[in-house]
Write a protein that binds this ligand. Structure first.
Ligand SMILES: C=C1C[C@]23C[C@H]1CC[C@H]2[C@]1(C)CCC[C@@](C)(C(=O)O)[C@H]1[C@@H]3C(=O)O
Ligand SMILES: O=C(O)CCC(=O)C(=O)O
Ligand SMILES: [Fe+2]
Length: 374
């Protein structure tokens, strides 16, 4: 058994610091040729750079976002009001964490069924097509008692309680980062509400008490970058994703029958619609297929904030979006049920919402599902 994928308690362990220099890669990380990256560098997707300095109600902003969301579900925002130093700090903290010894990272080891914690390429969760990445995910929400949207305390507590006092500064950086992400998400929800003709407050109110997931993606270099994937083809099951790529390209979107890359813009955040918002929009807006490729030279990092509604809020489109020519595309469901489905029963891919709908209908008689979260 290769040292890099030694088994501990029957669990294959991915030690990126050793694997990333190896000329060969373990079989579990090889993806089928119809899913692996094409050798030619993907052409770029023309994703509009939306300037938010004009405010969420700006007609040009509303038009551009609506157009992009109906087409491929991706756009980028600039002049978003988030301090570039905070973003730089978030990347520096990510580097500091993922370059620590594996045993230290495993203090935050994700437990089966949980949506949070440290995962090294999901060994132990999936048997094949393992993604070439390490991730650290944590919840970002405002305890009801705290009122308002003070995501900061729960994020700070997560780092100090899970990783120790040495990680207080990480907790402070990500606490501020997540609060800023929540604020930006609500502003984008105003734009989406206007573009769908339901007004600026409908979706903003729906996500006011959001219970979101912050994920740090770390993609070590790989000596066979065309045989594996950092993150496999999927649509985000969540509602809205606000993602910051560092200066290393790798995010690709499937549009018009081919994979197109989104060039990193340090001052921009990439925003995409997820499955849950596709259901909220009664399928007016598309949750788009995307993936992340890796390279043989340098690590790639991305900060992904996944906006999610409160666990038990009913996901149902506003009545304005349902009529004879637009019947209900999906049944009512709670985010808790969809999250539980992706954590315990189904590996999120490009058909998650369809598979979930069938699963719901099949298990409508079973008791309500519950999910353990960190
Ligand atoms: C709710 C979630 C599940 C995943 C993280 C968030 C939103 C994106 C999902 C994911 C990235 C889609 C591709 C497969 C996945 C297993 C991964 O590669 O990380 C998904 C995440 C997950 O299930 O942990
Ligand atoms: O790392 C990236 O650029 C994309 C990651 C992604 O799609 C995800 O984490 O859902
Ligand atoms: Fe994604």
């Amino acid at each position: 058994m290769r040292a890099e994928t030694m088994k501990e308690q029957g669990l294959v362990v991915f030690d990126a610091s050793r694997l990333s220099a190896q000329p060969d890669i373990p079989q579990e990380f090889i993806w089928p040729s119809d899913e692996s990256p094409t050798p030619d560098a993907a052409e770029e997707l023309a994703v509009p750079l939306i300037d938010l300095s004009g405010g969420a109600a700006n007609p040009e902003v509303v038009r551009q976002v609506g157009e992009a969301c109906a087409l491929h579900g991706f756009f980028q925002v600039v002049n978003h009001g988030i301090d570039p130093e905070l973003v730089a700090d978030a990347h520096r903290c990510m580097d500091a964490f993922f370059t620590r010894p594996l045993a230290e990272k495993q203090r935050a080891q994700r437990r089966p069924g949980d949506s949070c914690g440290y995962a090294s390429s999901f060994t132990g969760r999936f048997a094949t097509k393992l993604p070439w990445k390490e991730t650290l995910s944590f919840r970002s929400y405002s305890p009801a008692a705290a009122g308002g949207d003070h995501h900061q305390q729960v994020v700070l507590d997560y780092f100090v309680v899970t990783l120790g006092e040495d990680y207080r500064r990480h907790g402070e950086v990500y606490a501020r980062y997540c609060s800023e992400m929540s604020r930006l998400s609500l502003e984008i929800m105003e734009v989406l509400g206007c573009s769908l003709g339901v007004g600026p407050t409908h979706f903003r109110r729906f996500f006011q008490g959001n219970d979101s997931i912050m994920r740090l993606n770390y993609y070590p270099p790989c000596q066979r970058p065309l045989d594996t994937l950092g993150t496999g083809p999927h649509c985000d099951p969540t509602s809205l994703t606000i993602l910051h790529q560092d200066d290393v390209a790798g995010l690709q979107v499937f549009s018009g029958g081919r994979w197109l890359s989104i060039r990193p813009h340090a001052a921009a955040f990439v925003v995409n619609i997820g499955d849950t918002f596709m259901a909220l929009s009664n399928a007016r807006y598309r949750s788009c297929l995307h993936r992340a490729v890796v390279n043989s030279r340098v690590p790639r990092r991305s900060l992904a904030f996944f906006l999610c509604p409160a666990m038990d809020k009913l996901v149902r489109p506003p009545p304005e979006l349902v009529d004879d020519s637009h019947p209900r595309a999906y049944p009512d469901f709670t985010w808790r049920a969809l999250l539980d489905f992706t954590m315990r029963h189904y590996r999120a891919d490009m058909r998650t919402l369809q598979a979930f709908t069938h699963w719901l209908q099949g298990s409508s008689s079973s008791s309500s599902t519950s999910i353990s979260t960190c």
